[in-house]
Write a protein that binds this ligand. Sequence first.
Ligand SMILES: [Zn+2]
Length: 316
Amino acid sequence: MTMISRRGFLGSATAVAGAAWMSPRVLFAQEAQQPDVVINGRKAAATAKITTQKLRGGVYALMGSGGNIAVLPGPDGKVLVDSGISTSRPQILDALNALSAEPITHLINTHWHYDHTDGNEWMHAAGATIIAQEKCKARLSSVQEMKAFGATFPAAPKGAVPTKTFGEKDRTKLNGVTLSMAHYEPAHTDTDISIWFAEADVLHTGDTWFNGFYPFIDYSTGGNINGMIEAADRNLATTGPDTIIIPGHGPIGNKKQLQEYRNVLVEARDKVANMKQQGKTLADVIAAKPTAQYDATWGAGFMKPEVFLGLVYQGV
Ligand SMILES: [Zn+2]
């Protein structure tokens, strides 16, 4: 191939047809379009250790790659809630194969964020139908901005996009367990859903609950602090004292811990709203340390106290 024809070829619309033979370069280019948070997350997830926790009624939790994953194995094939980060595929497959031999047939996404959906593509290729709220599909199908991280996320590859969607509620029975899915009012994002494994009395809250840590709230895609509190109230109203609750992040928990989390959010919201009403700037609020009594523990996770206060301030 001469220089001229090569340049002509690469510059033409048919360049896409050459993707197969030049795939390493194309893949590198796609990788480069990902924001740092994804590139770094994938690097870390490649060596992440996956822990399996047996819950109840045939439901398990897989923890260690992005958001917490729920698994319900059985004759209908494995049903998963969230797909973790793509580079953890070998460890996730090992953990799944240790439970049973069935393939993954159903994958439900709690919301669009990459740490819950990055594994969608390989799980779909392995046979899973992807189910999500309709806004989750819309966001995964297009470029998304996350201003809090200064990040731009490209549209997910076609195989990663949910094909079965619903608006407010959906229900299905698989492996003898009724799965009730319900959309939250905008909370962490505007795509959040809960999944209740009815007979097992296990609830997956997605990222409406960070157990023991200040939560991230994604205002860029519809989230807000008041919605987070309303979602926590709904989670409390729909669970009993014995319900096993899978948070989006943090250890598997219960209603008592969920109540503590809700109280921390309400106290932070009320204090910050009060100060903002008095004309205090965000810098004033951060300097006043209104959540000081919680910061050592609740601010030791993903969200530092000052970042969390900024997210609260933005929404009051
Ligand atoms: Zn999230």
